[in-house]
Write a protein that binds this ligand. Structure first.
Ligand code: HC0
Ligand code: SF4
Length: 571
């Protein structure tokens, strides 16, 4: 242990502790901008400078460790002056038009500048000139970038993709797409992790809220919205709601107030996905000698983009089942249009997703099969829907909860856990067991696959005498390690679930931002809690899905199912 003082307070911390951590452990706040624990500890922003008695120059707290007898001052006049100058210099290269910034009110730079009482910037404003690709689902605003390097490090160390890098030199240094590429040419998975780790508004999703407001105002359109599993665990975070208050039924109420005609659930389609993907897997098992294993899940577009660019020879191992988002769109503009007895082109489908890659997925031509424009017209992230709620001045605290509409709002506990890493696998195994054994397993029989963010998880199960090896990974760096190990022949699996974002969609790139803090686990707990209290725990018991098969699709893997719910992944 090391003994030292911080602001004259005696403290003892373990050896090797950084000054920043030592202060934090003792409830002393040292402001910082670029720091991300374990990922970005480079002292680039120099906001965390502190004074050490007997040392001439100030040092950064995030990447210097404590020493015995150190006397540290985190807020001396010298520290205040230098910290203030450093922030003023950052602001002199930052477009600080906060009123028109998506991160206003949730921006580390804004907070620090306010805390330091900076009312004027004594330096000339110098903004970089570079243009971003219009319409791309992920937007970089060069004028807001503070060169903290967080996006570079997250993409590199967690996602293993190296999309971002430093470009140019000297005063023209900026963060841009690596290797001088345009973003469209890079292999960006669109997971959005760079956005959720950006401390300011330099990265954001393409804003599609106007398209939705326009559709809601159009009397000719029947507006249908689907809510993804993980959205219900996070949407209230930035609206000041407690987790238990931010139910899907309260969100439904806000959406109705905005004018949506029907509020449905992606979970309905997640149950449908299990029927199709589970059946596909069982069929593959029957024909084991001629099939390639493992079969990979295909519902995460970040992962699908990743495999297509990084391991194109394995694309044919993806399940042909479309994601629940796309299945929902296809069903809304076919089966549901028939129920309403309307022309499908009148139906306007909006998705609320925790995801930025889903904006791309909805635009993939090969995934549009209902024949009325795009099956999903607009995808909004959780953050965008929160902004829409705010701009409608809806006070969510006082909303009465409402039921979701029927039939596409009915779902099971197996569907809601899709939003957490391991959830798709667990839901699929619950139903695969039923399909093979003819009876239900214990609902929690497969909970060993519930994942975490470290490495990947593997499990073995026996269903009807067949031994199954399965694996679950989240985060693309973990995914790359899993695939390399698979390709080296050191492991072999039958079924593998991959989610691009660490922790799965709960930690998705479209979720509310907490300055790089990871909330995936906390949100996943909400989802597992919802599974546990649902009377229905098996996708094959969803009455609305059963009815959809009886009235429309006939059976899993039928001709109609193939047309609407599957795709050729190699297209
Ligand atoms: Fe997900 Fe999904 S679980 S990918 O993470 O499968 O976005 O929440 O909506 O489509 O259901 C995201 C979340 C979904 C889909 C579902 C799957
Ligand atoms: Fe999107 Fe979920 Fe995949 Fe992340 S894990 S890219 S949120 S689908």
């Amino acid at each position: 242990m090391v003994n030292l003082t911080i602001n004259n307070k005696k403290v003892t911390v373990p050896e090797g502790t950084t000054i920043l951590k030592a202060a934090e452990l003792n409830h002393i706040k040292i402001p910082n901008l670029c720091y991300l624990e374990g990922l970005n500890e480079i002292g680039a922003c120099r906001v965390c400078v502190v004074e050490i008695e007997g040392v001439n120059r100030l040092i950064t707290a995030c990447n210097n460790v404590v020493e015995e007898g150190m006397k540290i001052y985190t807020n001396s006049p010298k520290v205040r002056e230098v910290r203030r100058t450093n922030v003023e210099l950052i602001l002199s290269q930052h477009d600080a038009r906060c009123a028109s910034c998506v991160r206003s009110g949730n921006c580390s730079l804004q907070e620090i500048a306010n805390d330091l009482g900076i009312l004027d910037i004594p330096y000339e404003l110098q903004l970089p000139h570079a243009k971003w690709s219009e319409g791309f689902p992920l937007v970089r605003n060069y004028e807001k970038c503070i060169k903290c390097m967080r996006c570079i490090e997250v993409c590199d160390k967690i996602q293993g993709l190296n999309i971002w890098d430093i470009a140019n030199t000297g005063s023209r240094t900026r963060v841009d797409v690596s290797k001088n590429r345009r973003i469209e040419e890079a292999d960006c998975a669109l997971c959005g992790q760079c956005i959720t780790h950006c401390p300011v508004g330099a990265l954001r999703e393409r804003d599609d809220t106007d398209k939705v407001f326009e559709a809601l105002a159009d009397k000719e359109k029947i507006t249908v919205v689907q809510i993804a599993p993980a959205v219900r665990a996070a949407w209230g975070e930035s609206l000041g709601l407690k987790r238990e208050e931010a139910t899907v039924n309260r969100l439904a109420s806000a959406l109705k107030m905005m004018g949506f005609d029907y509020v449905f659930d992606t979970n309905f389609a997640a149950d449908l996905t299990i029927m199709e993907e589970g059946s596909e897997f069982v069929e593959k098992l029957k024909n084991r000698e001629n099939e390639k294993f493992p079969m990979f899940t295909s519902c995460c577009p970040g992962w699908v983009r990743f495999i297509k660019t990084q391991y194109p020879d394995m694309v044919n191992q993806l399940s042909t089942a479309k994601s629940p988002q796309q299945m929902f769109g296809a069903i809304a503009k076919s089966y549901y249009a028939e129920i309403l007895n309307v022309d499908p082109s009148k139906i306007f489908v909006v998705s609320i997703m925790p995801c930025t890659a889903k904006k791309y997925e909805a635009g993939v031509e090969a995934l549009n099969d209902a024949g009325a424009g795009h099956d999903v017209d607009v995808v909004l992230t959780t953050r965008e829907v929160d902004r829409m709620i705010r701009s409608e001045h809806i006070d969510v605290r006082f909303l009465e909860e409402v039921e979701l509409d029927s039939p596409l709002g009915i779902s099971t506990g197996a569907a809601v856990i899709f939003g957490a890493t391991g959830g798709v696998m667990e839901a699929a195994l619950r139903s695969a067991y039923y399909l093979v054994e003819g009876k239900n397993p214990e609902p929690d029989a497969f909970k060993d696959v519930r994942g975490n963010k470290e490495g990947w998880k593997e499990a073995k199960f026996t269903i009807d005498g067949i031994e199954l090896n399965v694996a679950v990974a989240s985060g693309l760096g973990n995914t790359r390690r899993l695939i390399e190990t698979l390709r080296s022949g050191k492991v072999s699996y039958d079924f593998v679930e991959i989610m691009a974002c660490p922790g799965g969609c709960a930690g998705g790139g479209g979720q509310p931002i907490w300055d790089g803090e990871e909330l995936a686990e906390e949100r996943a707990k909400v989802l597992y809690g919802l599974d546990e209290i649902n009377d229905l725990r098996f996708s094959h018991e969803n009455p609305a899905v059963i009815e959809c098969y009886e009235r429309y699709l006939q059976k899993p893997l039928s001709h109609t199912s193939h047309k609407l719910l599957h795709t050729n992944q190699e297209e």
